[in-house]
Design a binder for this molecule. Structure first.
Ligand SMILES: Cc1ncc(COP(=O)(O)O)c(C=O)c1O
Length: 399
């Protein structure tokens, strides 16, 4: 792994000029043009190598360019890329069966992203429970950038400039059942939350809280929706995040790593709930097309064949050890939270400079909420790669 200079090459400067001229400037971009990836390694336009512990913001769960995903996509691309959803699509049926049988018989609706899955889950909940329409979500949650998703998201900053929000959303406090109960009324149709808040700083729900929500939903005839865009598939060491808690939602959403890096989202709902979606109620042109589903099918097979959930469970303890050692040596870590391969540690100082210096030294990690360092490693990362990553963080923090 190369280390060193953060000065920009002529190629990088030219790329930035092109973006400045032709691309909407809605993203804060790193000064890197990524051109190639393999596993947990990423290379930039100048040939500099990075160890990527936040690959594709959680999309590259199998690492970059897993050869079996590349092969499945290439094979499917020469057979059939896309037909509309008024045909039966072989790969969609097979992928739905693989997901459903690894859960508990839910039905799948396929879309393209996490926000689209959130949007669809919200529509499904309203449709199933009409005329009830209110949905309670959690403060600090993140559900995506579409209108219903920013309205569901429990962080006002994401709605700023876009008001008025979609009506019917209110925000309770994670792990505080009483705060949820206080918001329930006769018009509430659902409670929606991430079982582990990701963008909110890697904050898992407690078992007790989820149990309480399940009971409350059952008593009041409301639906429990889990946004599992980050936690499914496999990231917590179980196929679906809810299986790690033993609490089953009525609807769940997933996206990110669900199709080995291809853009795909899914809503999975219990049969009786899914039944509300009849022709004409909801649709997605690209959702569940042959190529995305072929990648999804292969991703499931890879996770099984390579025992990647076993890898997550095995290496989880190693990550904990390295964070505790780091906390002792660096003295700036005030809390750490990990569930499976969702890792966050809170600093008692701003984290941006540490992330920048890690990047200069060939390591990619993320910082959220100003002081929470975050990692979403690929499920097939090795202990050696994790060790290199923590060595770099240790050296940076020591400065
Ligand atoms: C929990 C959660 N839900 C929804 C989304 C939105 O997903 P997308 O960006 O694919 O629309 C994200 C994205 O980070 C997420 O973490």
């Amino acid at each position: 792994m190369s280390t060193g200079c953060s000065c920009k090459s002529a190629q990088q400067v030219a790329m930035e000029e092109k973006f400045s001229k032709y691309v909407v400037a809605n993203y804060t971009r790193l000064p890197i043009t990524a051109v190639r990836g393999s596993g947990s390694k990423l290379w930039d336009i100048n040939g500099k190598e990075y160890l990527d512990l936040f690959p594709g913001w959680g999309v590259a769960g199998l690492g970059h360019c897993h050869p079996r995903i590349a092969e499945a996509v290439a094979r499917q691309a020469t057979k059939l890329i896309h037909v509309a959803n008024n045909f039966y699509i072989e790969e969609q049926g097979e992928f739905a069966e693989m997901l459903s049988t690894r859960a508990s018989g839910q039905k799948c609706f396929f879309c393209n992203s996490g926000a689209e899955a959130a949007e669809g889950a919200i529509k499904l909940a309203r449709l199933h429970c009409q005329p009830k329409y209110k949905i309670i979500t959690m403060k600090d949650s993140f559900h995506g950038r579409t209108f219903a998703a920013i309205s569901a998201t429990g962080q006002p900053a994401y709605r700023k400039g876009f008001e008025p929000a979609v009506p019917g959303f209110s925000h309770a406090t994670m792990n505080d059942l009483q705060s949820v109960k206080e918001l329930v009324d006769d018009e509430t149709c659902a409670i929606m939350l991430e079982p582990v808040q990701g963008e909110g700083g890697v904050r898992p729900a407690t078992q007790e809280f989820l149990q309480g929500l399940r009971k409350l939903c059952d008593e009041k005839g409301m639906l429990l929706i889990f946004d599992e865009v980050q936690t499914t598939p496999a990231r917590l060491g179980t196929w679906f995040g809810y299986q790690s808690f033993g609490i089953e939602p009525d609807i769940l959403t997933s996206a990110k790593a669900i199709a080995g890096g291809m853009p795909l989202g899914v809503i999975m709902a219990k049969s009786d709930v899914a039944g509300a979606m009849i022709p004409g109620t909801h649709a997605s042109t690209f959702g569940g097309n042959s190529i995305g589903c072929a990648a999804g099918i292969e991703a499931i097979k890879v996770i099984e064949d390579e025992d990647l959930m076993g890898n997550i469970v095995r290496l989880g303890g190693y990550i904990d050890q390295r964070i505790s050692a780091l906390a002792e040596s660096a003295g700036i870590i005030s809390a750490s939270r990990r569930m499976g391969f969702m890792v966050g540690f809170e600093l008692d100082c701003p984290g941006a400079a540490i992330v920048d210096q890690c990047r200069d030294n060939g390591l990619l990690i993320n910082c959220t909420h100003g002081n929470i360092l975050r990692m979403l490693p690929a499920f097939n990362i090795t202990e050696d790669e994790l060790s290199q990553a923590f060595d770099i963080i240790g050296r940076v923090m020591a400065k």
